[in-house]
Unconditional design. Structure first.
Length: 368
């Protein structure tokens, strides 16, 4: 071999080496995962990091394939047949979030979740878990937890969740938590979102969240919320999103206290005792972008204050006593993009006229 042959061979090997060093081999997802037609997300290297198998059939071979995804951090198994035993197959993964809503997972399954120390978000809505299972999660450092409609859960579970220093979001709709349990939240200083619809919570319990300076989102729909509780809510410094629909114990005087919650951008008052006198106090809630007044006692007399809400993007006045006059006036709010007038006396011709003049405005005329 001549000197020139050596030089050419060296250049060839160098070219191959450089090409290999810059090439990226992206492995295709396992065929059995592709066949499920599920939603997947990959990182820059083409590795699956997020997979949504909701409503899909889970086979043993599919579960095996999932356990071999080293970068998987989000696993969504809503409305699947996942069992407690199968859940144990995932303990080798570094999952950050697992969605087990509408499954038959029981306390036995939570034994496996307790071993997944990387978890920060667990979704167990409408599963079969109880306080016993939730207590097994005490060694985790969760940020978000959902056990809506797990009707056996009580204050014992709330104690476990509130003790987690990183906890930011708690959802416990239609559980057995009560005013006594709310006292446990005083230490949850990082809590930003609390959803506890359909529970027996009054002002006595809500008094304990007054010191939660980061609480920005509160859903108390269909609870025993009273005027004392509304006073607490109105004073929350960061409150931005509030749903108190179907809270029928709150009086107009109590509802009027919300005028102090000037940080609100979302307010749901559906089926409350909200009337014109209440709305008359809301002129300062100028940050509101969403307002639901469905099935309240609002009439055309509330039009002046509604017209002051210059950032309003969505307004629901279904089932109220507003007439054509108010409807046409509200339609002129430039920021308004969605207006629900179902079950009102507003005429079809009036609705058609506004739709023609405001092509960017969605008007809902009927509801199921």
């Amino acid at each position: 071999m001549t000197m020139m042959d050596h030089v050419l061979r060296f250049r060839f090997l160098l070219t191959i080496s450089v090409a290999c060093s810059y090439s990226v081999i992206v492995a295709a997802p396992p065929e059995i995962i592709v066949q499920t037609d599920c939603v997947i997300k990959e990182n820059d290297s083409g590795e699956i990091v997020d997979i949504d198998l909701s409503d899909r059939t889970l086979s043993e071979s599919l579960i095996t394939a999932l356990t071999k995804l080293p970068k998987l951090s989000v696993l969504r198994l809503r409305r699947t047949s996942i069992s407690d035993e199968q859940l144990g197959r995932f303990i080798t993964l570094k999952l950050r979030m697992i969605d087990l809503r509408n499954t038959n997972i029981t306390d036995d399954g939570l034994v496996h979740l307790a071993k997944m120390k990387s978890l920060v978000d667990i979704q167990l809505e409408k599963s079969k878990v109880t306080d016993i299972g939730i207590q097994r999660l005490s060694g985790l450092n969760l940020k978000s937890f959902n056990a809506n409609y797990c009707t056996s859960i009580s204050n014992r579970s709330l104690a476990v969740l509130a003790a987690m220093p990183s906890m930011e979001q708690i959802q416990l709709d239609y559980t057995k938590i009560n005013d006594a349990g709310m006292a446990l939240l005083t230490t949850a200083s990082r809590l930003t979102r609390l959803r506890i619809r359909g529970v027996d919570i009054t002002g006595a319990g809500l008094a304990h969240i007054a010191q939660l300076k980061n609480l920005s989102r509160l859903n108390l729909r269909d609870t025993s919320l009273d005027d004392a509780g509304l006073a607490v809510i109105a004073a929350l410094p960061a409150i931005d999103w509030l749903d108190i629909s179907e809270c029928r114990l709150a009086t107009p005087d109590g509802l009027g206290q919300l005028k102090k919650a000037s940080t609100l951008t979302y307010l749901d008052l559906w089926e409350t005792k909200t009337n014109d006198d209440v709305l008359a106090t809301f002129g300062g809630l100028t940050k509101l972008k969403f307002l639901n007044l469905k099935a309240t006692y609002v009439t055309d007399n509330s039009l002046p204050v509604l017209l002051k809400l210059k950032q309003l993007a969505e307004l629901n006045v279904a089932g109220t006593q507003l007439t054509d006059t108010s409807f046409l006036a509200l339609g002129k709010i430039p920021s308004l993009k969605k207006l629900n007038v179902a079950n009102t006396d507003i005429g079809f011709d009036t609705i058609d006229s506004l739709i023609e003049s405001r092509g960017d405005l969605e008007v809902i005329e009927f509801e199921n």
